[in-house]
Write a protein that binds this ligand. Structure first.
Ligand SMILES: *[C@@H]1O[C@H](CO)[C@@H](O)[C@H](O)[C@H]1NC(C)=O
Ligand SMILES: *[C@@H]1O[C@H](CO)[C@@H](O)[C@H](O)[C@H]1NC(C)=O
Ligand SMILES: *[C@@H]1O[C@H](CO)[C@@H](O)[C@H](O)[C@H]1NC(C)=O
Length: 336
């Protein structure tokens, strides 16, 4: 896994880049939905101390040795052959490192989780915009406008024409939007930027699609997955490796693509509390998006590459405020 990821993200000519982000935390989750059974592979690398226990498979029934379960993306859908572990790992030597090495532990600091005190009057639920109960109770005659967030290349965003005065339960027409709410009684304004999943027939019928459509010809793995009918997602909070000294993508590389959302947050929404996006922690927002994909597209096969450099870039310790656990892929548990 890691050689694939590193080769994609940092070709060998970019060794310095590899060094710079060597402590980055990566989660790759590729999930394969079958009508009556979930098969999921969750590879969780914490960058630092690593051992075989970092590689977890949540479907012991299908894994011969209970530790690894390989999925052959080159095989047509329906072919259940999983290559033997030996085929796959013979060239990959997993280093045995001490988890609590005192040399490293002296740099470890446990940070307090942020208290996100901002209020959000709206939230997203199953592709709809909801008004929060506390806002309805507290603010008389609440009116909210929906501004769809539109991707304008990989380095710009814009907002579409607003839908004025939306009702609770308004169906999203874009994956991201800006909500501007006013309470007439007190004349307070509240602005937030939300991410959620907009249900689209095209996506739902992905199985019928053949051929990737992005302009970027780099053979990213998600193109292969997409050609085989998988919904794809590349998610990285804020700036990513493809936009830092690189030109990014002319077209969104994957079906779900959070870059416009994080650009909007950075541009339009400064939270008073570090590591918060309005009422929620950054890690929670990041995970909610992941969760929404499962809620909105429960039956589709998915290849999701969700990555966040921000929690551990330059400094590993912010990782200590990211607290969550994955129970199973379709009813995620979060601890904050
Ligand atoms: C989400 O909304 C769709 C309709 O768009 C509905 O069919 C589905 O049951 C809803 N799912 C949940 C978990 O509420
Ligand atoms: C709220 O107050 C601002 C001035 O602070 C005013 O321009 C605006 O029209 C008011 N909005 C409402 C709905 O009363
Ligand atoms: C949103 O409303 C709360 C009060 O309910 C206020 O403290 C906060 O400043 C508002 N946010 C913005 C961006 O105006």
């Amino acid at each position: 896994m890691s050689s694939l990821v590193w080769d994609v993200l940092y070709p060998s000519s970019k060794i310095r880049a590899v060094m710079a982000v060597s402590l980055v935390w990566i989660i790759i989750t590729s999930i394969f939905y079958k009508r009556n059974a979930y098969q999921s592979v969750l590879i969780n690398s914490w960058g630092g101390p690593s051992s075989a226990s970092n590689i977890k498979v949540q479907n012991p029934g299908r894994s011969e040795d209970n530790s690894l379960n390989w999925v052959d993306f080159t095989a047509p859908i329906g072919n259940n052959r999983t290559p033997s572990k030996d085929d796959q790992v013979k060239n990959c030597v997993i280093p045995q490192l001490l988890e609590n090495d005192p040399v490293m532990m002296k740099f470890y600091k446990k940070l307090a989780p942020p208290k996100c005190t901002d209020e959000e009057w709206l939230y997203v639920e199953n592709g709809t915009v909801r008004f929060s109960k506390s806002a309805i109770l507290k603010h008389k005659r609440l009116t909210c406008d929906y501004y769809p967030l539109i991707r304008d290349g990989d380095f710009a965003i814009k907002y579409g024409a607003p839908v004025k005065n939306i009702a609770d339960g308004h169906k999203m027409t874009s994956d991201f939007f800006k909500g501007v709410c006013r309470s007439l009684a007190t004349n307070e304004t509240n602005l937030s930027i939300y991410s959620g999943i907009h249900y689209s027939e095209d996506r739902a019928k992905r199985k019928k699609y053949e051929g990737a459509t992005t302009l970027d010809k780099f053979p990213f793995f998600w193109h292969d997955a997409r050609k085989r009918g998988y919904l794809t997602s590349w998610c990285n909070a804020v700036s990513g490796p493809f936009n830092w000294r690189m030109l990014g993508f002319n077209e969104a590389p994957t079906d779900f693509y959070t870059r416009p959302y994080y650009m909007a947050v950075k541009k339009d929404l400064k939270s008073k509390v570090a590591h918060c996006i309005r009422a929620r922690t950054e890690s929670r927002v990041w995970l909610d998006y992941f969760k929404d994909i499962f809620l909105m597209y429960p039956k589709q096969r998915k290849f999701l590459f969700h990555f966040s450099a921000d929690f551990s870039h330059d400094d590993n310790n912010p990782m200590t405020i990211v607290r969550f656990r994955f129970c199973n892929c379709c009813s995620c548990c979060f601890v904050f």
